[in-house]
Design a protein around this ligand. Structure first.
Ligand code: ATP
Ligand code: MG
Length: 285
């Protein structure tokens, strides 16, 4: 028997989903259950609260860009969505499934690590510093997780699919290169192909271009824009404001662990409601 800790979270009292059906995004939802539903999310490290009550719904196929000052909690939010960080309180649901917990009656129990890994395999994550395995080729980096998930018998299928993915991000001629033999932009495109390999329901990007030389930024943004056009569900933390304006359906400004603004990019950028947003935009634009 697993001895998961009962958490103090009682979904009937602290998860406002049942009583808060109206505080969703204004745009009409194609399905009743959003792809991502975040309610009352808080995260503290030691005594310092970094996320201070995040509520956010993301529809399937929606592209949400997140901007905000350094230290405001953007990476922590992404890491909490896929349970690399366990929320202090609050819940994340993906397609209705609670991430990190199983519900039994009115109690939540922490899932064992293997079950969390299974949930996480449905959420792609692209990091600022690529995080490729240096001793594996591009093809091996992209194939590793699916071979693990599907078993060795399907290695040939997986490799074929990995090749296709690398082709799609414009790296069909680089499949046997090691990360050190690739430019930053190419490495990040390998990382995106890797994020696609398990057919994720959601892809999280944490400043995917901020480690790149300026001339390499465009090639990575183009790949992300293609994913947006394909109707994938994307949450992108970025400092590329022009890109966010062009590609995102919604732009969110986070300040000090809270969502301060959320709306169509043009609205948020051209007519921000808060001084903090204006101040931030005047620094980055
Ligand atoms: N594991 C951790 N332990 C302790 N503090 C942490 C941890 N992770 C993040 N923090 C703190 O949380 C705060 C928010 O960090 P976070 O990385 O989420 O900010 P950010 O908005 O992504 O900033 P940046 O734009 O610089 O990437 C920072 O003060 C950071 O030091
Ligand atoms: Mg960050």
């Amino acid at each position: 028997m697993t001895t998961a800790d009962p958490t103090t979270t009682d979904p009937t009292t602290t998860d406002p989903i049942a009583v808060d059906e109206t505080t969703t995004v204004p745009a009409p939802e194609p399905t009743r259950t959003p792809r991502v539903r975040i309610r009352g999310l808080r995260k503290a490290f030691d005594d310092k609260e970094i996320l201070r009550g995040i509520d956010l719904d993301v529809r399937a196929g929606e592209v949400v860009a997140i901007i905000g000052p350094s230290g405001s909690g953007k990476s922590t939010l992404l890491r909490t969505i896929n349970h690399l960080e366990r929320p202090t309180t609050g819940l994340v649901r993906i397609d209705g499934e609670i991430i990190g917990y199983r519900q039994s009656g009115t109690k939540l129990y922490a899932l064992p690590e293997a079950a969390i890994l299974r949930q996480r395999s449905k959420i792609g994550f692209v990091f600022q510093h690529f995080n490729l395995f240096p001793h594996l080729t591009a093809l091996e980096n992209v194939s590793l997780a699916p071979i693990h998930a599907k078993g060795l018998q399907q290695t040939e299928d997986v490799r074929r699919q990995a090749r296709d993915l690398l082709e799609r991000v414009g790296l069909g001629d680089r499949v046997d290169h090691y990360p050190r033999q690739l430019s930053g932009g190419q490495q990040q495109r390998v990382a995106i192909a890797r994020a696609l390999a398990l057919q994720p329901e959601l892809i999280l990007f944490d400043e995917p271009t901020s480690a790149l030389d300026p001339e390499l930024v465009g090639e990575v943004l183009d790949v992300i824009a293609d994913l947006a056009r394909e109707g994938r569900t994307l949450i992108i933390v970025t400092h590329e404001i022009a890109f966010a304006r062009r590609v995102a359906d919604r732009l969110i400004f986070i300040d000090d662990g809270r969502i301060l603004e959320s709306g169509p990019p043009a609205e948020v950028l051209d007519n921000p409601q808060h001084d903090r947003t204006r101040e931030f935009l005047s620094r980055v634009l």
